[in-house]
Design a protein around this ligand. Structure first.
Ligand SMILES: Nc1ncnc2c1ncn2[C@@H]1O[C@H](COP(=O)(O)OP(=O)(O)OP(=O)(O)O)[C@@H](O)[C@H]1O
Length: 367
């Protein structure tokens, strides 16, 4: 996947900008507060429906304007017979939005997000390792939305059943027949949902381990282990829901199921993730994200776009070099922001295009 054109209007400090990035490495260089991260946020918005720094209404729309606009044109499967150019645009006020994909209005933001695949590593990415389970579940679900056509329906069915069951539980005296009906729905969707997630994690693991060997050899051998959200090795979800029913009625929420699922990175030489420094947690998160990108390349037949925010301040030079060498060999389209170019580029001719960002103004440097 390769972004050919990216347009931003009224996104934070950027009044209006158009970028025509290259395949390979694209650097966005500028001073603090210049608007470099904003470009990655715009890409992320198109791929996830929100910025990695929060929702659109949390400050993404330029002050004094009504709505932001982002437009992306990208090519898909450039090498194959099904090569095509796709176009997506979104206008978002923070409250309301409208979007178009390939000339058609889209009904759900999710339809836009399913089209463009972007993997973003940013200062908050360590939450993938050191935070709660939510970002790790999102990690799995994002991958599956893109590579497993049957996943979305199963996910929606489970989410709906969970909402309904929780609403019923909150009524404190739920009708047993209704509760049983939603339990059946949860079990019927939760079992395949867990199968999808578990097998996806197994698919990510080899790429993750290969990267970890390269980036974090001091941690020793690695594994990714999945926790389904109930004792799946002992009983089916239907039984787990039945066993938890009295407790769930008294607490007013569903205590077992894939919405409580999680996964863990296990390193042979690290007793607990609490022993990881923040920088080490970031490295582990980067291995997971790039492992996911590599897995996506294998399953979807092409690389997602890779966005690395402020790489030089996140990793030391040795680790930057290892990451950049790996990316140079794999050759996805990459966007990297920084106040300066990572030093690795001074010894390699890897940069395809550099954009100078100054107070919301973005200009390509002539090669
Ligand atoms: N809603 C907004 N309207 C106008 N300007 C905004 C808005 N939100 C943020 N800004 C400005 O946009 C800039 C933030 O841009 P961004 O975070 O992309 O900078 P950056 O180049 O990545 O900076 P750094 O190197 O410090 O991380 C800041 O100058 C900030 O004051």
């Amino acid at each position: 996947m390769r972004v050919e054109r990216l347009e931003l209007r009224n996104v934070r400090a950027v009044l209006s900008a158009e970028l025509r990035p290259a395949q390979g490495f694209n650097l966005l260089i500028g001073g603090n507060g210049a608007g470099k991260t904003t470009v990655l946020e715009a890409l992320h918005l198109m791929a996830y429906g929100r910025s990695f720094r929060g929702r659109v209404r949390d400050g993404l729309v330029r002050t004094g304007t009504e709505a932001l606009e982002v437009f992306v044109e990208w090519s898909e499967r450039e090498q194959g017979p099904s090569a095509r150019t796709r176009r997506a645009g979104v206008r978002h006020s923070g409250q309301e939005w409208s979007g178009r994909l390939d000339g058609q209005a889209v009904a759900q933001l999710g339809d836009l997000c399913a089209a463009l695949a972007v993997v973003t590593f940013e200062p908050g990415s360590h939450a993938l390792v050191s935070g709660g389970g939510e970002p790790r579940r999102r990690f799995l679900d994002w991958g599956l939305f893109h590579v497993e056509p049957a996943f979305t329906a199963v996910w929606r069915r489970y989410a709906r059943a969970l909402r309904q069951r929780n609403a019923l539980l909150k009524s404190r005296a739920p009708a047993l027949g209704q509760l049983e009906a939603w339990d059946r729905e949860l079990a019927a969707s939760g079992e395949p949902l867990s199968d999808f997630r578990q097998s996806y994690l197994e698919r990510v693991e080899p790429a993750f381990s290969a990267l970890a060997e390269r980036l974090t050899p001091m941690f020793g051998a690695t594994a990714l282990s999945y926790q389904p959200g109930w004792r799946r090795d002992e009983l089916p979800l239907a039984d787990a829901l039945l066993l938890a029913r009295d407790r769930d009625i008294s607490t007013g929420h569903t205590s077992v199921g894939p919405h409580r699922a999680d996964w863990r990175i296990e390193f042979a030489n690290v007793a607990s993730r609490a022993h990881l420094s923040r920088g080490q947690a970031k490295l582990a998160a980067l291995c997971a994200l790039l492992g996911q990108a590599a897995c996506h390349a294998e399953l979807a037949g092409e690389w997602p776009v890779v966005a690395l925010d402020d790489l030089a301040s996140e990793l030391d030079q040795e680790h930057q070099a290892r990451v950049l060498e790996w990316l140079a060999a794999a050759h996805p389209q990459v966007f990297i922001t920084g106040t300066d170019a990572p030093r690795w580029f001074s010894r390699s001719a890897g940069v395809e295009k550099t954009f100078c960002v100054t107070r919301g103004d973005i200009r390509a440097l002539d090669a």
